[in-house]
Design a protein around this ligand. Sequence first.
Ligand code: SF4
Ligand code: SF4
Length: 284
Amino acid sequence: MRIAVTGGKGGTGKSTVAINLAWELSKKFNVVLVDADVECPNDHILLSKKLENPREEYIFRPKFNYKKCIRCSLCVKNCSENAIVMFKEGYPFLMPTLCSGCKTCQLVCPSDAIEDDRKHIGNTYVTPVNERLTLVTGMLKEGEERSYPLVISTKKRANELNYDIIIYDTSAGTGNHVAAAIENAQLAVVVTEPTPLGLHDLKMILRLLEKEGKKGYAVINRYNIIDEMPELNGIEVLEKIPLSERILESYVKGRPLSSIFPDSEESRIFSEMANKLVGLIWQK
Ligand code: SF4
Ligand code: SF4
């Protein structure tokens, strides 16, 4: 079972939902929680865990062997990022900040003149949280601009583990790194606040999910900060979470809610959310 937890902007409570959902599900299943918010991963902080088992992650970076190059310019013509430049009488050279590491140039080169000068883009970590919950984290190297390839590496590392359920905690927004994170999820939970801006973001993400052929369910966080909910126009709401001191305390202490307030109304909400999601996936 693969579930994505996503949201329109930072600070909506996406990671709080992801870690509490993972915690609840780990009471019955082997769960891998993937922190795919690689520019600013924080699930380990919310779980009071020090990241473990680091692994350096690399992407392909072309290096031209000018002894072999026949100056056919096929690499220039086939680079979708326009990262290779070649002047009339010269040889190809790379504009490194534009390169995505896709390897197309190497594949099209007819004379085997492009070697892999691999580039370190960041690290992934595998951190045990409890007997049935493992956290996989991607952390982008400082100054690295492209997060998409590291999201892919983080997901690959998670796939090396045994699990019944995998939860992808994506970064905020609708960029290609978010699309990469939700790519093989069966359904998505979209966390939002009950404000006009929150509703606008929610609709954008639901549209992205629809394009990807996935069903999205809204979770309205801090629903009680306004007197009247804006019109949701048929959007399916999975759960509504109140603004609550208990949730705030669990956040500050870096502990999942039900580990410190097992009998609270808020813990019941996360437990129900977990049960509903399992039911929805079984129905599929
Ligand atoms: S790896 Fe891809 S993006 Fe980079 S130079 Fe080659 S074709 Fe262009
Ligand atoms: S495709 Fe290969 S041979 Fe052709 S210009 Fe590029 S590096 Fe040189």
